[in-house]
Design a protein around this ligand. Structure first.
Ligand SMILES: C[S@@+](CC[C@H](N)C(=O)[O-])C[C@H]1O[C@@H](n2cnc3c(N)ncnc32)[C@H](O)[C@@H]1O
Length: 264
């Protein structure tokens, strides 16, 4: 089984994450010369697609907890000829000075952070006085019945609601009060939907398990053998639900997200 971060970049980014970057950047409007921070950057898809927008004099930095994700980000960024700095760090204690950035972006990352208030406080600290923050955050599991079923299966098999965390910050009202309490203003929150079409139903569960291990800190202890056992058991339990989502040979899952823009 491959490095989960490599699987994440190859299998999940094109289907589940890259499609949202355009909407996030349209909202945030990065401009030439700006200094931009991609929070919880993972393999860096937001930073990589944003970099040309701030070129040639801008600065792009990606920060993430997971060194494997950053390793893939570094390789991909170099392959794409991009000048991006990748830093390991936690959103709750950002490794940057005050007022270093014009724009902070966080795509499907804030919900994983245990202390979100601290993370937003840190985002604010590293932004300039006229800075802005743009977020994409999945709506809750109540909007995602397929993932809710998969989450139930994971609880049954490993006792960890591993798919709860991606959807854990699903209420617009909670997002708004977190941002307001952190001191942000002019907060706009919009709900959007887009289908995610996974091309290979036969490897779908294996890929998901691999990716969960990369992206969900509570499962990062699962080694290759544990992931293989989990895959086999989850495959059997999810077969019916996957069949219900099939369309033109793809597993098609409607995704719902909040897109958020806030100013200092
Ligand atoms: C679903 S991935 C999203 C990655 C990326 N933003 C994208 O759109 O592909 C969530 C990321 O959040 C990171 N993460 C989780 N908790 C974090 C924390 N406290 N500080 C920094 N990164 C964190 C994980 O390592 C993972 O790379």
């Amino acid at each position: 089984m491959s490095n989960p971060a490599v699987t994440y970049e190859r299998e999940m980014v094109p289907v589940l994450f890259r499609p949202w970057v355009g909407a996030l950047l349209d909202l945030a409007q990065p401009a030439p010369g700006e200094h931009l921070l991609d929070l919880a950057c993972g393999t860096g898809i937001v930073a990589r697609l944003a970099a040309p927008r701030v070129a040639p004099d801008g600065r792009v930095v990606g920060v993430d907890l997971n060194p494997d994700m950053l390793g893939v980000a570094q390789v991909q960024g170099a392959l794409e000829g991009l000048d991006i700095e990748w830093k390991q760090g936690r959103l709750e204690v950002l490794p940057f000075a005050e007022a270093e950035f014009d724009l902070a972006l966080c795509q499907h990352g804030l919900q994983f952070v245990p202390d979100r208030a601290a993370a937003l406080g840190e985002a604010r600290r590293v932004l300039r006085d006229d800075g802005r923050l743009a977020l994409a955050v999945w709506c809750g599991l109540d909007h995602h019945p397929f993932w809710s079923r998969f989450n139930d299966v994971l609880v049954e098999l490993i006792g960890i609601p591993a798919l709860a965390s991606p959807f854990a910050l699903g209420e617009a009202s909670e997002l708004e009060s977190l941002l307001r309490d952190a001191g942000f203003r002019d907060i706009s929150i919009e709900a959007r939907a887009m289908p995610a079409a996974f091309p290979d139903p036969d490897t779908f569960v294996a890929m998901e398990v691999d990716v969960i291990a990369a992206a969900v800190p509570a499962t990062q202890h699962l080694d290759a053998k544990a992931r293989a056992e989990l895959t086999e058991a989850a495959q059997a339990r999810m077969a019916g639900a996957i069949r219900e989502q099939m369309c033109d040979g793809h597993v098609v899952v409607p995704m719902h997200s909040h897109l958020v823009l806030a100013r200092m």
